[in-house]
Design a protein around this ligand. Structure first.
Ligand code: A2P
Length: 277
């Protein structure tokens, strides 16, 4: 797959990633192996998902070289002191990247409630970045105000990536935040590009899918790709995993994109407005 260069780093992100939220144990390991076999070269995990070790094990077990896979994790919360927070993050690096290894991208998972915690989390990630253990660092679920606030304490600004709050898909386009990230060179990633399955039966979407001989899910992934949103579709099913990787042999035209753009319902378009993935 094609990649997007991450500004201010030496790394680039494969345009399509595999989401592993709610995949556990053996099931997770098998799904990651299926995703790698299907051509995914980017897996998005988190401390919160409780599957970093399984994702790491699957990558080491697969014939694909570690350096050819882009691995992301997210730190969930400050651990009580800068030292403990750093150790919590380092523990994730070792689980996902293997002992003494690295992750390609480490994110602060949620802004949480206090500036002090955000600062402590970011400093831990900056240290890992300095040490080469996190090739890029970023945030997730941050709004414009959180990104602005970071300027007060961050050595590394802008964050390299913002993985967006709520879903980013035709029904929930978050245009202000998207514009801010674009203007500041922050790469956007979209979790739940399939709207958690909620809108797959949509009539307008179905018509676009029929026109291309593709499934609604493939059209939504393609839409995210064409927007440069780095979609991260999640699936635990080998057939759907394959289907979700098979999105590089067609392109949506301007009329299709306009149709999908027209589905935006603002923040209420998200399935779970307060959802965090
Ligand atoms: P499953 O894991 O059984 O495949 P999102 O990525 O937006 O969070 O959506 C994930 C949901 O969409 C999961 O319930 C997943 O179920 C389902 N899903 C994933 N890929 C497809 C697909 N190609 N077609 C239909 N549903 C899919």
């Amino acid at each position: 797959h094609d990649t997007i260069a991450v500004p201010n780093t030496n790394t680039s992100i494969p345009r399509l990633g595999f989401g592993v939220y709610q995949l556990y144990g053996q099931h997770c390991q098998r799904a990651v192996l299926a995703a790698l076999a299907a051509g995914f070269r980017h897996v998005d995990s988190a401390q919160l998902y409780r599957n970093e070790a399984e994702v790491g094990a699957a990558v080491r077990q697969s014939p694909v070289r570690r350096d050819d896979v882009f691995l992301t994790t997210k730190i969930r919360a400050a651990a009580g002191s800068p030292e403990k927070t750093y150790r919590s993050a380092l523990d994730s690096v070792n689980k996902l990247g293997g002992a003494g290894g690295y992750v390609d991208l480490f994110l602060v998972h949620i802004p949480g409630s206090s500036r002090a915690a955000r600062e402590e989390l970011w400093k831990a990630l900056e240290q890992l970045h300095d040490e080469g253990k996190a090739r890029a660092i970023g945030v997730s679920n941050f709004r414009v105000q959180h990104l602005e606030e970071m300027k007060e304490y961050a050595r590394v600004w802008p964050p390299h990536v913002n993985q967006l709050e709520r879903q980013l898909h035709p029904w929930c386009q978050q245009r202000d935040l998207v514009r801010f990230c674009r203007d500041n060179g922050i790469v956007l990633q979209a979790y739940s590009p399939l709207s958690c399955g909620e809108h797959l039966g949509d009539e307008a979407l179905g018509a676009v899918a029929a026109k291309h001989g593709k499934s609604p899910a493939q059209v939504l992934i393609r839409y995210g790709l064409q927007k440069n949103w780095v979609p991260l579709p999640k699936s635990g099913n080998p057939e759907r995993i394959k289907q979700n990787a098979d999105v590089f042999d067609f392109a949506l035209d301007d009329v299709d994109v306009e149709t999908l753009d027209g589905l935006d319902r603002g923040p209420t378009g998200a399935l779970f407005p307060a959802n965090v993935r």
